[in-house]
Design a protein around this ligand. Structure first.
Ligand code: GLU
Ligand code: ZN
Length: 292
């Protein structure tokens, strides 16, 4: 089988240790399988974009020796394909318009879970509406490469948004369309997206796309149990000293780089890591505390 992996950061900030874990695990898994590893910038949300991130993310990856194959794919160039997928779901009666506000949903159902209101009573005007994908009672299941068997009753989370009221496409739809377009066979990413995978499997089934093989690695969390993210101001990576940060990331991922590698060059370190990559050694935990 041809292995095609990818790294798909959103340019909402600079890469930090948490992003390095996903990039490194994806890169090594692809290299260990003699596969390709693609870079996709998920720039779906211009208001949330960090001004220099689209330039700096590729530069940081290159400085860390994580060279991707082929051209970078930008989601902002792909909007018409997301619209085509949405049209298809609409034609199949698997998606509908919804103009409910978060407050209305909360008032009706007492939770943030969408109650299907607009499926029964579609918005009458052409006023701004979101689009939601219909979930059904079927459960989705997959076998995660790190976390093991996963199962979920999608309808419990309610019909979910695939295009927002402000006209922006939702991550869920775009990621599925692009994983199919780029023929991604293996997805390695953080456990923060484990639950979202069920929604993605659901859309893949509706749209007739192949299902990639998923592996969700633990996320780095700070001492108070929050995932490291741009929002809680995780320090950006230091491009001037990639080797020690890569070694730290390898330990976090359960790999055992020998001490002599501390003095290795970037290429030596990464080629050791690809040769000795053992996915089975990645801890089977959703999160691990990490203190820099
Ligand atoms: N763009 C998403 C993020 O940065 C990741 C998408 C994915 O790997 O599926 O969180
Ligand atoms: Zn609604």
């Amino acid at each position: 089988m041809t292995y095609i992996g990818r790294f798909a950061p959103s340019p909402t900030g600079l890469l930090h240790f948490g992003s390095l874990l996903a990039a490194l695990a994806g890169y090594l898994d692809a290299r260990a399988h003699q596969g390709r590893w693609l870079l996709r910038i998920e720039d779906l949300d211009p208001p949330r974009e960090y001004p220099t991130a689209r330039l700096q993310i590729p530069r940081t990856l290159a400085d860390f020796g994580l060279h991707w194959d082929g051209d970078i794919l930008f989601q902002s160039d792909r909007l018409r394909h997301y619209q085509t997928a949405l049209d298809q779901l609409h034609q199949q009666q698997r998606a509908y318009r919804c103009d409910c506000s978060r407050k209305q949903i909360q008032q009706r159902s007492g939770t943030t879970v969408y109650d299907g209101h607009c499926r029964q009573q579609p918005p009458t005007t052409e006023t701004a509406s979101a689009w939601r994908a219909i979930t059904d009672d079927a459960s989705t299941a997959f076998d995660d490469g790190v976390q093991g068997p996963q199962r979920c009753q999608l309808s419990e989370g309610g019909d979910f948004v695939i295009k927002r009221k402000d006209g922006l496409f939702a991550y869920q739809l775009a990621v599925v369309v692009d994983d199919a377009f780029q023929q991604i066979s293996h997805i390695v990413r953080g456990c923060d997206l484990l639950e979202e995978t069920h929604r993605q499997l659901h859309l893949q089934q509706q749209l007739g796309f192949a299902q990639p093989y998923y592996s969700h690695i633990p996320v780095a969390s700070n001492g108070v149990g929050q995932k490291l993210s741009k929002q809680n101001l995780a320090q950006p990576l230091d491009n001037s000293r990639p080797v020690p940060q890569l070694i730290e990331a390898l330990h976090f991922l359960g790999q055992q780089p020998p001490p002599e590698l501390h003095d290795a060059s970037l290429d030596e370190l990464l080629s050791w890591a690809a040769t000795h990559w053992h996915q089975a050694q990645i801890p089977r935990q959703p999160a691990i505390i990490w203190e820099p």
